[in-house]
Design a protein around this ligand. Structure first.
Ligand code: ATP
Ligand code: MG
Length: 321
């Protein structure tokens, strides 16, 4: 039996995971793929990790159309934090009694580049082959190069298998951010999962509305953004609900404000979907979905005159004198 094991937080599972798993299964001729949601991942310190049962249910809904995909709740029964090496050991002892077992542990390249920091990486490689799927900016060549440097013995033995999957730049964090921003997440994950998320109100922003806006405004002010203004562009723009505009006295000042406010929002687990202009600092745009922040080096603010452009928008906070 050649079994693929796909561990992950799956918060939530998405087409990036699913398509990759299917391609690996077909490409390597694996009999089954077991999705193993992590009960409490050691490397993720997010306080808002979604309940295990919800994450598990989402996986089950996502894989129901493929018979050879299974979902295992094994990590719920193992000690926390959930170390992959323990999971693989437990799987071996549960399954190999009945049949010969070849394990293939699937991971994305982002995880692979952190493998050295995992608990007992060699132990993992002793128990399973490692299928590494290129993700993000990484290519298969980068993976091989890294594997040669860090795990040369295992690479030589063929225990590390770099695998090219269709690149789908989808991440669970992006899905969470979109949903928190009140955006739709269709076509990033199965419809059944979206339905489940809606039914159970998962990833809904708690601090939505004025509280959320105030949090952003405070973050800009704490980052020493000056002449802070927020414009309510709901009904005027399809881009977002609010613009926050602020300025700095130098490009360094603007860059500093952007850094500080990002740090501040990160503490609330709020991450930008996109950031532009950071390097130059003449203007920096931080796109948080429902809220878009424009930071300007003073003369640039006048030049772009967003407030003039959006004069119809209601001003939520007036500038401080
Ligand atoms: P988050 O953004 O919360 O980190 P994620 O999308 O990275 O979520 P995880 O649950 O962290 O999902 O990922 C589980 C495993 O799946 C990891 O090994 C990761 O590298 C891999 N993976 C995640 N998304 C993709 C993708 N789009 N393509 C290939 N592999 C992926
Ligand atoms: Mg991840």
């Amino acid at each position: 039996m050649r079994l693929g094991v796909f561990g992950g937080t799956f918060d939530p599972i998405h087409f990036g995971h699913l398509r990759a798993a299917l391609e690996v299964q077909e490409g390597l001729g694996l009999d089954e793929i077991a999705f193993v949601p992590s009960y409490q991942p050691p490397h993720k310190r997010r306080r808002d990790l979604t309940d295990f049962d919800h994450r598990l249910n989402l996986v089950e809904r996502a894989i129901s159309c493929i018979d050879s995909f299974k979902c295992l709740d094994i990590e719920k029964r193992l000690p926390i934090p959930s170390f992959t090496v323990n999971t693989l050991k437990a799987l071996r002892s549960e399954l190999s009694a009945s049949r010969d077992l070849d394990l293939y542990f699937l991971m994305g390249s982002d995880a692979f580049f952190e493998l050295k920091q995992w608990h007992d990486p060699e132990g993992i490689l002793e128990l399973a082959n490692l299928v590494v799927m290129a993700r993000g900016k990484n290519h298969v060549e980068n993976l091989v190069e890294y594997a040669r440097k860090e795990f040369s013995e295992y690479l030589k033995k063929g225990r590390i298998v770099p695998f090219q999957v269709t690149r789908l730049e989808i991440s669970s964090s992006k899905i969470r951010t979109l949903r928190r921003g009140g955006h739709r997440v269709h076509y990033l994950l199965p419809q059944d999962c979206i339905k489940y998320m809606e039914e159970h109100k998962i990833y809904m922003e708690k601090e939505k509305g004025p509280e959320r806006l105030n949090l952003f405004i405070e973050a800009v002010k704490e980052g020493h953004g000056e002449r802070v203004v927020a414009l309510d562009v709901r009904g005027l723009s399809s881009i977002c609900d609010y613009f926050i505009i602020a300025q700095g006295r130098s490009t360094r000042h603007v860059q500093g404000t952007a850094d500080k406010l990002r740090e501040r929002l990160k503490k609330e687990r709020i991450y930008p979907l996109d950031v532009e202009g950071e390097r130059e600092g003449k203007w920096i745009l931080l796109d948080y979905g429902d809220i878009v922040i424009h930071l300007f080096y003073e003369p640039m603010r006048e030049f772009y005159d967003l407030e003039g452009l959006w004069h119809e928008a209601r001003r939520v906070v007036e500038e401080e004198e």
